[in-house]
Design a protein around this ligand. Structure first.
Ligand code: NOJ
Length: 546
């Protein structure tokens, strides 16, 4: 239906080093991932998003890059990477990678050179201050783990700026040489066949940082120029950007369709958790009403969980407390004073009905769905691991050694596999779910394949209809080719919805997907039953040939 592939994609985010180890060294690798591509194709994934794959000291799970032009030797070679692109392409799948150019690792040769002398050609690639900056203790992203954004470097004899951890010095994007290098980096990976990038920390990349200025101006024009160069290299390349910013600023990132084509919808994510906690649709209706209108060529990306904490920082005080109380009551489940470091299945008490409902909801919200590896199995978390590592445990493939992730000795694994209890690999794994038509994995396969028949949801014009029930979200997705209606009951109590005929409706109403077998829907959309945590996807119109 849509020319732009990213408006109808299903994006699957994974970390190569915890996905599948093929050589028994305890670390997942590219050949291992290649051997699992058929699994992903069968699931219904159309695009992979790989968390950082570059050489790195791995102090921030690869988001501390020490060479932008390579692949971490632990996961393979550039040859393996190109083979991955080729094999994914054979299965109709695209690959995007993280673009982490706000900062480098402090072990990057550029920083090592920059710190040694003010005359280094790389000195001005970073942000320095000879005097102690007055904003030293402002703007930290990881409060509790990080207490400053400037750190004194004895070797340099100066302070350097780091928006994130102190081992991640920020690049100076005001320097034209740094900008030229970023162009070279994207050119390199596009040439190797990536379909685009997930842009890490977009708001910080464009900040024109100076000492003593905690709120520096942002250079949005850089995003326009960046997009132009990207599109010249590969016309259909996408940027999926991380920009968790205020509503009024969001539109500047889209820039009339000339800047970033796709942004994660962080506001919708937070309001979804509030809606799940309250078992009420109102927070979702509010989020959609507050989402700015975006240009036709642009798209939101929806997500429930990602590789970071659930960031609730944009909810107001009592809303924030409600979500904490419902899904992360123990201090150990909380992180940075604003988030929850858990996977979705344990947050929802392992309740299959609620888990399905939450994903059915995500898939019908405006935007392209992004899912996180293992969520299709209902994998759990390991709170004994530090910070966000709790949700970064190895993929659980079978009930064999190390969950089929690796044949290495357990102590050699990059991260321990979740063992025992409700979420251990013995119970939750691909092999057992693949043979079970009632499994969560089988449900994901059906849901994602059904979604392909309903492109109106993610990419159409979304509008909210009053369902008359506080717990039910009624969403209409309208596009030239058809109209879909999604009904989602966020509460554990069955109900009946009387919507009445909808303006864009045409011909008989047809049930496409639902949590159970319901009586056929009436064409006037009255008397529509919904079970506890039930959902129904109804086709209201199909215009063939459009
Ligand atoms: C955002 C990433 O999502 C997060 O995982 C990382 O720690 C920071 N950026 C720093 O790169």
């Amino acid at each position: 239906m849509h020319e732009r592939w990213y408006q109808q994609a299903v994006i699957y985010c994974l970390d190569v080093d915890t996905f599948q180890d093929s050589d028994g060294d305890g670390i997942g690798d590219l050949p291992g991932l290649i051997s699992r591509l058929d699994y992903l194709a069968r699931l219904g994934v159309t695009c992979l998003w790989l968390n950082p794959i570059h050489p790195s000291p791995d102090r921030d799970d690869g988001y501390d890059v020490s060479d932008f032009y390579g692949v971490h030797p632990d996961i393979g070679t550039l040859g393996d990477f190109v083979e991955l692109i080729h094999q994914a392409d054979n299965r109709g799948m695209k690959v995007i990678i993280d673009l982490v150019v706000n900062h480098t690792s402090d072990e990057h040769p550029w920083f090592q050179s920059a710190r040694t002398s003010p005359d280094s050609p790389y000195r001005d690639w970073y942000v320095w201050s000879v005097e102690e900056p007055s904003d030293l203790h402002q703007g930290m992203v990881f409060p509790g783990q990080q207490d400053a954004t400037w750190t004194w470097d004895d070797v340099a004899g100066a302070w350097y700026y780091h928006r994130f951890y102190d081992f991640q010095p920020d690049l100076n994007m005001a320097n034209p040489d740094v900008r030229a290098e970023v162009d070279k980096i994207i050119g390199f990976w596009l040439q190797l066949g990536v379909a685009g990038f997930r842009m890490d920390a977009a708001p910080f990349i464009i900040e024109l940082t100076k000492p003593n200025d905690p709120n520096p101006p942002k250079d949005f024009d850089w995003l326009t120029r960046f997009r132009e160069r990207l599109s010249w290299r590969r016309g259909d390349a996408v940027i999926l950007a991380e920009a968790n910013v205020e509503r009024d600023e969001l539109v500047k990132y889209f820039g009339d369709g000339r800047r970033l084509p796709m942004l994660f919808n962080f506001m919708l994510n937070q309001r979804t958790f509030l809606a799940l906690a309250r078992e009420e649709a109102a927070p979702l209706v509010q989020a959609m009403a507050e989402s700015p209108t975006i240009p036709g060529s642009c798209q939101w990306a929806t997500f429930l969980r990602n590789h970071d904490e659930v960031d609730l920082g944009r909810l107001v005080g009592h809303e924030h407390d409600e979500v904490f109380a419902a899904f992360g009551p123990d201090p150990d489940m909380q992180l940075y004073g604003r988030g929850i470091r858990r996977r979705l299945a344990p947050m929802l008490g392992g309740d299959r009905r609620r888990i399905e409902m939450a994903y059915a909801l995500q898939f019908t919200l405006p935007g392209t769905p992004v899912i996180r590896y293992g969520d299709e199995l209902g994998m759990g978390d390991d709170l004994s691991l530090p910070e966000r590592d709790a949700i970064r445990t190895p993929m659980q493939w079978s009930d064999q050694l190390n969950g089929g992730f690796s044949i290495a000795a357990a102590k050699q694994l990059r991260r321990a596999v979740i063992t025992g209890g409700e979420y251990g690999f013995e119970k939750i794994n691909v092999a057992s779910q693949e043979h079970d038509r009632e499994s969560l994995l089988a449900w994901f396969q059906r849901a994602l394949h059904s979604l392909r028949e309903c492109p109106e949801f993610g990419a159409g014009q979304a509008s909210y209809v009053d369902s008359g029930q506080r717990s039910v979200l009624a969403l209409v997705g309208d596009a030239p080719g058809g109209t879909m209606l999604a009904l989602t009951n966020l509460a554990g109590k069955a109900c009946t919805v009387d919507l009445g005929p909808q303006p864009t409706q045409e011909g008989p109403v047809r049930e496409v997907f639902a949590d159970r077998a319901y009586d056929p829907p009436a064409d006037d959309l009255t008397g529509l039953r919904l079970g506890a945590y039930g959902y129904r996807w109804l086709r209201l119109r199909e215009t063939l040939g459009r």
